[in-house]
Design a protein around this ligand. Structure first.
Ligand SMILES: [Zn+2]
Length: 160
């Protein structure tokens, strides 16, 4: 296990916890350039009421501002959950060379589960992908969030 990958995934998890505080699905992300975090993001889809509120999109926007370019060619993006089709597309469009993923998302992920947009031979850019960094911590965070959500829903249905 790569120590730096673990270190930065922990930072992505910190971001995910910010989403959790807003009762959002806990997904977080950081972008690293020359061994420094230049952008952070966490899921704010419900809070901001936009499908563009995914952690990765927020972080890519910030990183582009810092770098001063839409190309993020020397960056690594760390995400607690396998990206969706929109974010995987944005990562490829931004030419990010390396993607580090915490847990996989078998039902919706586009970094190797449903599709592998990050590594399509037909596209002009393909990412190097590392999967399963702090996987258990990342997936437990999600499963306990959904478990709690189900419990709260069940409670609301109980007659008072
Ligand atoms: Zn996404």
């Amino acid at each position: 296990m790569n120590e730096l990958d673990t270190k930065y995934m922990k930072e992505a998890i910190k971001q995910a916890k910010k989403a959790l505080k807003l009762k959002e699905v806990p997904i977080g992300c950081v972008i690293v350039y020359q061994d420094k975090i230049i952008a952070r993001g966490y899921n704010r889809r419900n809070t901001d009421k936009t499908t563009l509120g995914h952690a990765e999109i927020t972080a890519i926007k910030k990183a582009s501002r810092v770098i001063g370019d839409w190309r993020l060619e020397d960056c690594t993006i760390y995400i607690t959950l396998e990206p969706c089709q929109m974010c995987a597309g944005a990562i490829v469009q931004a030419r990010i060379p390396r993607v580090v993923i915490g847990s996989m998302n078998p039902k919706a992920g586009c970094g190797g589960s449903v599709l592998n947009i990050l590594q399509m031979e037909q596209f002009n850019h393909r990412c190097e992908v590392t999967r399963g960094v702090l996987e258990e911590e990342c997936s437990t965070m999600l499963s306990s969030f959904f478990k709690q959500l189900r419990q709260e829903k069940a409670k609301r249905r109980e007659p008072s």
